[in-house]
Every structure is written in structure tokens, then in C-alpha cells.
Design a protein around this ligand. Sequence first.
Ligand SMILES: Nc1nc2c(ncn2[C@@H]2O[C@H](COP(=O)(O)OP(=O)(O)OP(=O)(O)O)[C@@H](O)[C@H]2O)c(=O)[nH]1
Length: 395
Amino acid sequence: MISGAYQQRRLIMGWVRGLLIFACGLAVYFFSQTSLIIGPQSIYIAAAVTLVAQGLSQLVNGIRMFRGYRVYRYWTLLVITTLLACNAVMLNMHISNRWLLLSNLAVLLWIFAYGSRSLVGHGKDFVANIFWLCCSLFAMVGLILAIVAVKVGLADQASLDGFGDWSIHAYLVSFFMLIITAVVSLLLLIMHVKAQAGLQAIATLDGLTGVLNRRGLQEAASRMQAVSQRIQLPMGMLIVDLDYFKKVNDVYGHLVGDVVLKSCAETIRAALRGGDVIGRYGGEEFCILMPNTGEQEAMVLAERIRRIIEVTPVSIAGVESMSRETQAIKCTVSVGAVSSETMGYVIDALFAAADQNLYRAKQNGRNRIVSNIEQLLDKSPVKGKPAKRHASVIA
Ligand SMILES: Nc1nc2c(ncn2[C@@H]2O[C@H](COP(=O)(O)OP(=O)(O)OP(=O)(O)O)[C@@H](O)[C@H]2O)c(=O)[nH]1
């Protein structure tokens, strides 16, 4: 978080620097329009464009850094030297205004095209759409600069000599300022949205396994319950608990315990259907919420999870502090299953009933599922094979 805030500060300070140089460029341009200038007006305009280009290129560099793209350290230096050198040579050699203007416009066009490319949105989410908006705003400026360049290219010499008085300047300057303000504001909005999403993820995701934490789970359960109840579809819930996990910690250490937890969370997640939600309910307990799932389907999914954990040993080959012979650990889980068909839609009642069924599964010997299905089918609970030992080691 602290390093993220520091990065953001660095980025924003970079943008501020770019905008200040850009503003200096505009100030020089406005000064060139007064009678206070000494010497030819074109020198001031060339200096103004150089400063504007320099400020913009710093801004574009900042945008690239923000997007995580490669930043060319000497890019801003290259822009300023190219422009200064071209302008100095052309002014000293009294080369036609047309070439002076065209070269300046070309550099500005290049910067906007580069910026526009750096702002292309990826994906279809809100942030991607805002990036696309910024991209099109920069592209629009590029297009207008291209039109001005064509106009300069086609204008006759007499008209070019009065270029300083062309009314398009006022429009261009206001347009530049408007677009830059809009793009910077949109980038700040993206920064804010990303920071919010980061905070939301920290608040609702479990740091170790990457699945929802208890709070995220509660929120997901409330949402699922509201929708299921409204459209009168059943919702199922499983609480999956690793058997004899304390012994894994005791025998192999907490580092291995963490690897086992992560791996089991991933294995369970991979076994779920689209729309199912997994969260970490407690230490070595996971909760699975299943929309449109009755008691029978909940049992089917519970059995799939029990089976897949049983047949998928957790590889601990690369874990530090483990001896080379120990390659993998076999685990089993007990599952408490329940659905709104037997317990109704009250979330706390579902959690309590699933917990109660899990307790019964543990009492009955572990590596098995207990549900309320007998209440529906008048049958005894489905049972998996009891585990013979807590965790076997595959050498
Ligand atoms: N490595 C690791 N261990 C954890 C974590 N959270 C909880 N535990 C451990 O999980 C163990 C849970 O032990 P118990 O509640 O006795 O459960 P158990 O040994 O699995 O026994 P049964 O559930 O009855 O089969 C404790 O030793 C906790 O320290 C974690 O994030 N990482």
C-alpha cells in the first residue's frame, strides 16, 4: 500500500511537471502575440512549441509509466533537442516558414499519436472504456494537427507569412488545454477506481489462498440469497474442512501447511462450476456457495470435491526445508452440505446447518459428506470411505 501510494505520488508529480512545462509553452506563445517582444515573432513561437512539446512528452511518459509500459528515458530529451535543433537551423538559414511550421506540427503530431497509442484500452471493463476515451481524445488532437499541417502545406506564401495571425491558433490552444485537462482528469479517475478496487480486494480476499475471506463470503452469500429468494431458486452451501490438518502443520511445519491450504483451495476452485463462489470460512475450512442448487446437486458437488482432494496429492517438492524424499502429501476433506430446500433462505441458518453437518461428518470418521438429504428423500446420508490415516506421504 505504502509503495503503491509512493508510486502514485511519483507519477502525479511527473504529470504536474509536464503540465507546468506545457503551461510555460502556452505563456511564451501568448507573450509572442503582444507588442512587448524583441526580435522576430517566429523565434518565440518556435520556443513556445518546443516547450509545449516537451511538457506533452513528459505527460506521455507518465502515461506510459502508469500503464506499466516501457519508458524510454531519453524520449523527452530527444523531443526537445530535435525541435530546438530544427527550429534553430531553419530560423538561422531563413528557410521557408512552411517547413518550419510543418516540422513543428509533425513533432506535435508524433507525440499525440504516441500518446494515443499508449492510451489504448485493454478489455471491456470501465477502466478500459475510459482509456479508450482518452485514446480517442488524443487521436482527435492528432487529426486536427494533421488537418492544420495539410492547410499549411497547401497555403500560398502570402498567407503563410501571416501565419502568426491565423485565427486557428486561438482554437488550437483552447482545444489543447481542454483535451489535456480532460485526459488528466480521466487518468486521475482511473487511478481512483484502481485504488478503490485494490482496497476492496484487500478487504474481501484471503491473502494466503486468494479466495474470498469471511467478509467477502458474507457479502456474496447475502447477494446470492437475495437473488435466489427473489426468483425462488434453491441455493446450496458446502463447508469443506481439511482432515487432521493440525498434524500436517505439526509434522511438516506451517510453511508446508500453507502450501497445502493454497493447493487445496485451487483444486476446489477448479472443480466448481461457473457462478459457484468459494471463500475461506476459517483456518482450514472453505465455504462454497452454489446458486440454483438443491440438496441433491449440492451432494453431487460435495462428492466431486471430496473425491478430487482425495486423489490429488499436494506437491511440496519445491518447498524450502522439506527433505528431498517427501514429494507430495495426500489429504482428505470432510464436507457439511446444506441447501435452502431444507433450511430456507436465512444465511445464518444455512451456515449453522452446514457447520452442524460438517461436525457430524467429522464425528462419523472424516473423509465423508453429511447433508440434510434424508429430510427430503428419507434416505441415510451418503458416506465416502473413512480415511485410514490423516495424511499419507508419497515418497
Ligand atoms: N499452516 C497454516 N495452518 C493453519 C492456518 N490456519 C489455521 N491453521 C491450523 O489449522 C489447524 C486446525 O486444527 P484443528 O482445528 O485441530 O483441526 P484438524 O487438525 O484439521 O482436525 P479435524 O478438523 O478434526 O480433522 C491448527 O493447527 C491451526 O494452527 C493457516 O493459515 N496456515
